[in-house]
Design a protein around this ligand. Structure first.
Ligand code: BES
Ligand code: MN
Ligand code: ZN
Length: 508
């Protein structure tokens, strides 16, 4: 993964493939952002004019490449748009820096080394640039000719190395910000890898093996219940969803504990390694990207490992509810009744509403430990994508203040989310003539119906929130900012932030 260092070196003397500078959109044309003074001076103060001549405006996402000034060791200057010039001396917000760094890193794919001279005012800014650069430099070519280790056929790999200029390499706050960015981005990119891995290689068993190995590496206790243990334990939801697949289901528990913790958070992830819909089979056009249906579990996994790497003073338990949803002679049928881990019975009216079934068991199991709060993350409904689009996840909760804190935490780390309600009147749509409830209700407000279903499986008195990441988990469009095509790592940063806030006593 892209190496990252802070340096106080002068841009002119740096041996690199490019120097990255920021350009903002001013009222009268492009404005060179702070951090690039030395570069601008080497152009005799004419960088803004040159950029304007080249058609640059400073708008977000814009990339302009130009020959470096004479005397520079690096051959190219890459000017990346930061958007509007901030008011007075407010400085650029962290997300503008993150996105610009990501755009620059993508534009430099194939390069060995680049120096980033972006506007950094404090350690948090340095962390944002570091995050953006490493998230933007992500690539997934494990299944391409270029990714098979044959040097002759190697294509444009990700940018190899980033030197951040303008920070304070020996300052403790800067060091901590870089260390945090390193851990978060490494684990987030690993979550992206898991989402991008094709479902013939990533199934419940192999996902559990990845979690077990990571647990050993980072001092996290991992326990895995296999299909036999799940059946014996009465996990009817997970067993029912996994019943049609050759690769059996798993429930993985990851426990990170800190000796200094006073709070306990539980994260629960939907981990459908492939969602065909089951007997209620999805039509062509709806199943091509369904390897992404384990993105919630990948986010939970990444967040627990990050919490451990950062040594956060909070106990975090991650639950990965893993199953493959396939049709076959042994699959659950529409009309079957499952006895869930909580003891409730559920009539399965649509086998494609499987996420709520595996989550229900994991939520009830997580509740038994009486954590201070439970947050589940799931690519749960197409309805949420219709409601909020491809970049925003919905947040539902049994506590309004908790829901607001989550939306705020997400915003802080640069993730878009929106609070959604759990309207009581939608509950009766899930009444079943045969069982305690059905796994489907009214079509309208389908994302909220799914949230109401989950709520029934949260233990009494436990604060709970549900993040429906069906929209932002997988990017089918082109890359933007620091977000690549394919798996995005949605919700990882929000979960890590929640763990940090809980450790600091600022949440719950
Ligand atoms: N995994 C899907 C939801 C999904 C849709 C995720 C699009 C990502 C992108 C989920 O299991 C599903 O199939 N939900 C159904 C529920 C319905 C049958 C009640 C849906 O949303 O159509
Ligand atoms: Mn489904
Ligand atoms: Zn699904």
């Amino acid at each position: 993964m892209t190496a990252l260092t802070l340096s106080t070196a002068a841009a002119s003397g740096l041996r690199a493939d490019a120097i990255v500078v920021g350009v903002a959109k001013g009222p009268k044309g492009p404005v060179v952002a702070p951090g690039a003074e030395a570069v601008d001076k080497a152009y005799d103060g004419g960088l803004a004019g040159i950029l304007e001549t080249l058609g640059a405006s400073g708008s977000e996402g814009e990339v302009t490449k130009l020959p470096a000034p004479s005397g520079f060791k690096a051959p190219v200057v890459v000017a990346v748009g930061l958007g509007a010039v901030p008011e007075e001396d407010a400085g650029f917000d962290a997300e503008a820096l993150r996105r610009a760094a990501g755009v620059a890193a993508r534009a430099l794919a194939g390069a060995k080394k680049a120096a980033f001279a972006l506007p950094i005012q404090d350690a948090a800014d340095a962390g944002a640039v570091a995050e953006g650069a490493r998230l933007g430099a992500y690539g997934f070519d494990a299944y391409k000719e270029t990714g098979r280790g044959d040097a002759a056929k190697s294509g444009k790999g990700p940018l190899g190395e980033v030197t951040l200029l303008g920070g304070k390499p020996r300052d403790a706050a800067y060091k901590a910000a870089i260390a945090r960015a390193t851990a978060v981005t490494e684990e987030l990119n690993r979550a992206r890898d898991l989402v991008n891995t094709p479902p013939n290689d990533l199934n419940p068993e192999s996902f559990a093996a990845v979690a077990t190995a990571a647990g050993k590496e980072h001092g996290i206790k991992v326990t895995v219940l296999d299909e036999k243990a799940l059946a014996k334990g009465g996990y009817g939801g997970i067993v029912g969803v996994g019943a049609g697949a050759v690769a059996g289901p798993r429930l993985v528990k990851l426990s990170y504990t800190s000796a200094k913790a006073t709070k306990h958070l539980a994260f629960v992830g939907k981990g459908i390694t492939y969602d065909s819909g089951g007997i209620s089979l999805k039509p062509a056009g709806h199943n091509e990207t369904m390897k992404c249906d384990m993105a919630g579990a990948a986010a939970v996994f990444a967040a627990v490992v990050t919490a451990a790497r950062l040594g956060l003073e909070v106990n975090v338990t991650g639950w990965l509810a893993l199953a493959e949803n396939m049709p076959s002679g042994s699959a659950t049928r529409p009309g079957d009744v499952l006895r869930m881990y909580s003891g409730k019975t559920v009539e399965v009216l649509n086998t494609d509403a499987e996420g709520r079934l595996v989550l229900a068991d994991a939520l009830w199991k997580a509740s038994e430990e009486k954590p201070d709060a439970i947050v589940d993350v799931a690519t749960l409904t197409g309805a949420m994508v219709l409601a909020l689009g491809n970049r925003t996840f919905g947040v539902m909760a049994n506590d309004d203040a908790f829901r607001a804190s989550i939306v705020e935490a997400a915003e802080e780390v640069g993730e878009e989310s929106w609070p959604m309600p759990l309207p009581e009147h939608l509950r009766k749509g899930m009444d079943s003539p045969t069982a305690d409830m059905a796994n489907m209700g009214e079509r309208m407000g389908g994302g909220l119906v799914a949230g109401l279903f989950l709520r029934e499986f949260v233990g009494e008195g436990i604060t709970w929130a549900h993040l429906d990441i069906a929209g932002p988990a997988f990017n089918e469009a082109g890359p933007f900012g620091y977000t690549p095509k394919g798996g995005t790592g949605s919700a990882v940063r929000t979960l890590v932030r929640l763990a940090e806030l809980t450790a600091a006593g600022d949440l719950g």
